[in-house]
Design a binder for this molecule. Structure first.
Ligand code: HXC
Ligand code: NAP
Length: 291
C-alpha cells in the first residue's frame, strides 16, 4: 500500500515534494482560496502552486495571510496575493474578488475552506454560537460562490471545491453546529452543480477526516484521551495529513476531474465508517467542562 506523502505540522511549506501528478497540471491557472493562510487551506495553496497555479489566499487576518503568502511564493516561485475578508460580509468579498481580478485578470478555481468549529453539546450551545458557525461555514460558502459566479464564472466557467466534513452523516456528538453547516454545504454543492453546470462550472465537496497539524484536529481531537485509540480503530489506522487532502483537492480542481460534478469526495481513510459516536463522549466532555 502507498505510504502517505511527507508533511510538516506547522503552517510552513513542505521540506521536500515528490510529484505524483504532472507538474504542469494547473499551469497559469488562478485559484481563490478562503482560509488559505493556515492548515489545510495553506497546503492546498502550496500544492496548487507547485503545479503552476497562482493563488489568492483570503481570511480575516491580514498578517496571517500576508506571512503565508511570503512563504508560499518563496517556496514555489508562483504569485500569491494575500487579502483580508470575512466570508460573512458580501461587500468585503466583492472588494477582494475585484482586487484579485485586477491583479490576475481571471479566476479559474474557488476553494471554500474557511470555517469555524469547537466542541459543544447542543444543550448548552448558545443561539449565537450555532448561528456563528452556520454563518461562516454555510452562508460564507454561498456568499463567496455567489460573488465569484457573478463576477467571473457565469461567462468563463470555473471550478468550485467546497471543504466539508462527514460529521452530519452519523450525527457526531458535540457537533450539531458544524455538522449541520457542513451538511448544508454538501447539499449546496449538488444544487450549484445542477444550476451552474450549463455555464461549465463544476462544483464538488471534499470531506477530510482527522488531519494532523491542523487547528481543526487540535480543537476536536487534541485533548481527548481516547483519540489515539479511535484513530487506530479506523480502517487505515492513522491520521491523514494536509498533503493528502491537498492532492485530492488538486484532482477535483484539475482537468483530471473534468466529468466530476455534484460529488462529495471523502478523504478520511474510512474513518467515518468506524469512528466511535456515543453518549459516553458527551458525558466525558460535560464532566471535564463542569457543565
Ligand atoms: C461554545 C463558543 C465557543 C466554544 C465561541 N463560542 N467559542 N461556544 N464553545 N468553544 C460562542 C461564543 O460564546 C459566541 O456566542 C459565539 O460562539 C460567537 O463567538 P465569537 O468569538 O464572537 O465568534 P467569532 O469571533 O466570529 O469566531 C468564530 C469562532 C472562532 C468559530 C467562534 O473559534 C473562530 O474564529 N474559529 C476559526 C478557526 C477554527 O475554528 N478552525 C477550525 C476549523 S475546523 P454568545 O452566545 O456568547 O454570543 C473544522 C473541523 C470540522 O471546521 C470537522 C473536523 C472532523
Ligand atoms: P484552520 O487552519 O483554522 O482553517 C480555517 C481558516 O478559516 C483559517 O485560515 C481562518 O483564518 C479562516 N476563517 C475562519 N473564519 C473566517 C471568516 N469568517 N472569514 C474568512 N476566513 C475565516 O483549520 P483547518 O483544520 O485547516 O480547517 C480547514 C478546513 O478543513 C475547514 O473547512 C474545516 O472545516 C475542514 N476540516 C478540517 C478537518 C481537520 O481535521 N482539520 C476535518 C474535516 C474538515 P482567519 O482566522 O484569519 O480568518
Amino acid at each position: 500500500m502507498a505510504q502517505p506523502p511527507p508533511d510538516v505540522e506547522e503552517d510552513d511549506c513542505l521540506l521536500e515534494y515528490h510529484y505524483l501528478f504532472c507538474p504542469d497540471l494547473l499551469r497559469d491557472k488562478v485559484a481563490f482560496i478562503t482560509g488559505g493562510g493556515s492548515g489545510i487551506g495553506f497546503r492546498i495553496a502550496e500544492v496548487f502552486m507547485r503545479h503552476g497555479c497562482h493563488t489568492v489566499i483570503a481570511s480575516r487576518s491580514l498578517p496571517r495571510v500576508s506571512m503565508a503568502a511570503r512563504k508560499l511564493a518563496s517556496a514555489t516561485g508562483q504569485q500569491c496575493l494575500p487579502l483580508s475578508l470575512d466570508v460573512r460580509v458580501p461587500a468585503a468579498i466583492t472588494a477582494a474578488v475585484d482586487q484579485a481580478l485586477k491583479e490576475f485578470g481571471k479566476i479559474d478555481i474557488l476553494v471554500n475552506c474557511a470555517a469555524g468549529n469547537f466542541l459543544c453539546p447542543a444543550s448548552v450551545l448558545s443561539f449565537n454560537a450555532f448561528k456563528t458557525v452556520m454563518d461562516i461555514d454555510a452562508l460564507g460558502t454561498f456568499n463567496v460562490s455567489r460573488v465569484l459566479y457573478e463576477k467571473f464564472f457565469w461567462d468563463h466557467g470555473g471550478v468550485i471545491v467546497n471543504i466539508t466534513a462527514t460529521l452530519g452523516t452519523r450525527g457526531q456528538v458535540l457537533q450539531v453546529h458544524a455538522g449541520s453547516a457542513k451538511a448544508a454545504v454538501d447539499a449546496m454543492t449538488r444544487h450549484l452543480a445542477v444550476e451552474w453546470g450549463p455555464q461549465n462550472i463544476r462544483v464538488n465537496s471534499l470531506a477530510p477526516g482527522p488531519i494532523s497539524g491542523t487547528e481543526g484536529f487540535r480543537r476536536l481531537g487534541g485533548s481527548q484521551a481516547s483519540t489515539s485509540m479511535d484513530v487506530l480503530a479506523s480502517p487505515l489506522r492513522r491520521l491523514g495529513n494536509k498533503t493528502e487532502v491537498a492532492h485530492s483537492a488538486l484532482y477535483l480542481a484539475s482537468p483530471l476531474a473534468s466529468y466530476v460534478t455534484g460529488a462529495v469526495l471523502v478523504v478520511d481513510g474510512g474513518a467515518w465508517l468506524t469512528f466511535p459516536n456515543d453518549v459516553k463522549l458527551l458525558e466525558d466532555f460535560a464532566s471535564s467542562a463542569k457543565l
